[in-house]
Design a protein. Structure first.
Length: 487
């Protein structure tokens, strides 16, 4: 019997790990298309040709040129490259917009690039062109999958283009980032005035890339089931709860996965010692190595708390800083890796200066050190005020480092609180705060440390977490089912 042709997917993203990454989107864009490619889909990943991308793929060849597509959008070209797995990557090459220092969205000094609307409208416009009858290529996707505000105009452009068009999916990785810009950008970006409407791209007098995507797309997904419910509330809807409630029939939450080949304590070159759920002895060597790396007193008797995070209000790390001195006085150590809010950076650095044997802080990001913290810490702190999905709690579970979290978003979907009953039935995997303040954090840390002192119970807790399956294979199958429904 003849087999059906594989589904064709264009996956558009503004970042992709390990080359260009500011958060979870970069990890998802690296892992999900790879998993879909392995499942048999015909996938193309479209991403701007930042300097890091050009350096990573020096043999990328010109696939096609695209004339200026309207408004102030400049001409560009598509470079085609192949990842080691064989996944096809399309680099959107427009040096005047993407060959710049700093991160993908900000200058080296920190402010956003003032022409970000132009930069990411071009990404959206090109994705729409390559998906429509206007494409100069024979290959056309059946599904276009956009991610966050940077690709939010894809469904809007397609809506106003003539001819056939694919079905569209928009994934919200963090609703707080919406891409809202002054009205004058509408015509500059080649959008018709028909889009300037409450039932369209207009949002409180601004052009909203994200709202446009959520309004015009065929399906909306977000990165965990709990977050899909939370964003329909006024508290976490960031002004878009009404729209999301209206679109609830096409909104679903699919829990992100992790790359279990990259995040594997049994085969991780960043670690001092390998280990797995049946042989946890290597955790001790990794703890000692982490203590050395962070300049802490090398002692196994003190519980070591780990943090790898953006240092922001969202992540609840102001609560950690507020109780840092109490943690030290209670005989604990703290290892922090991250950057962000200057006040939080200063607060953690001050703790490290005052208690160098007990608090170690690295401002910035270090991929190898992040793996070592996951392996070497006893307890991982992730007390986020809100967390669409979160990946570090899943890394922690895989590395036998029980996470301490708030019951929000993906944290609620992945961590089961440890108590006598859940430990007995084998469902316990971490610790869940009862409230949203520093006091709730401190009491939960004390409760976790009390469990840590029960070595047999702690081993059972570690093994529970390490046995959970958070691979991208599971998430990819959910997306594949959604795509098939649409196509």
């Amino acid at each position: 019997m003849p087999t059906s042709a594989p589904l064709r997917l264009l996956f558009a993203t503004s970042e992709i790990a390990p080359w260009v990454k500011t958060g979870g989107l970069g990890d998802v864009a690296a892992a999900l298309p790879e998993a879909l490619h392995r499942s048999g889909m015909d996938v193309r990943v479209l991403v701007p040709a930042y300097p890091a991308m050009k350096a990573a793929f020096p043999l990328a060849h010109t696939l096609v040129g695209i004339a200026a597509p309207g408004g102030l959008l400049p001409p560009c070209r598509i470079l085609e490259a192949s990842a080691p797995s064989g996944l096809t990557i399309w680099l959107l090459d427009c040096p005047e917009l993407f060959i710049r220092p700093g991160g993908p969205y900000q200058t080296p000094d920190g402010p956003d690039w003032p022409d970000n609307p132009l930069r990411f409208a071009l990404l959206s416009r090109v994705a729409a062109i390559l998906s429509s009858d206007a494409s100069p290529l024979e290959w056309r996707p059946q599904i276009v999958h956009g991610n966050d505000w940077q690709t939010g105009l894809i469904p809007a452009y397609l809506h106003f283009m003539p001819g056939r068009r694919p079905r569209t999916v928009m994934t919200i990785h963090n609703l707080a980032f919406q891409g809202n810009f002054p009205q004058q950008w509408l015509s500059d970006l080649g959008l018709p005035w028909d889009a300037w409407h409450l039932e369209g791209a207009e949002f409180h007098g601004y052009l909203s890339f994200l709202k446009a995507g959520l309004y015009y797309c065929d399906r909306i997904t977000t990165v965990s089931p709990t977050y899909a419910r939370e964003i329909c509330s006024d508290e976490l809807g960031f002004g878009m709860a009404g729209l999301l409630q209206h679109r609830a029939p096409v909104l679903s939450g699919i829990l992100n996965g992790i790359d279990d080949a990259v995040w594997n304590p049994a085969d991780d070159s960043s670690l001092a010692a390998a280990y797995d759920g049946e042989h946890l002895e290597g955790k001790a060597a990794n703890k000692a190595e982490l203590q050395r790396l962070m300049g802490l007193a090398v002692t196994p008797e003190k519980p070591l708390l780990g943090v790898v995070s953006r240092l922001t209000h969202q992540k609840g790390l102001d609560w950690v800083a507020a109780v840092g001195e109490q943690l030290v006085q209670a005989g604990m150590q703290l290892a922090v890796l991250g950057s962000g809010d200057k006040g939080l950076q200063g607060a953690f650095s001050d703790l490290a200066q005052r208690y160098p044997d007990s608090v170690g802080v690295r401002i910035g990001y270090d991929e190898g050190l992040s793996h070592q913290i996951e392996a070497g810490a006893d307890i991982f702190l992730m007390p986020s005020r809100f967390e669409p999905c979160g990946l570090n709690q899943m890394y922690s579970l895989r590395y036998g480092t029980p996470p301490l979290v708030r019951p929000t978003g993906g944290l609620a979907d992945t961590v089961t609180d440890c108590n006598d009953a859940t430990l007995a039935n084998g469902s316990a995997t971490g610790f869940v705060m009862p409230g949203a303040d520093a006091e709730a954090l401190l009491s939960t840390v004390y409760r976790a440390v009390a469990r840590w002192r029960d070595k047999d119970g702690w081993r059972a807790l570690q093994r529970n977490g390490m046995a959970r399956d958070f691979s991208w294979t599971r998430a990819a199958q959910s997306y594949l089912a959604l795509y098939r429904q649409l196509a």
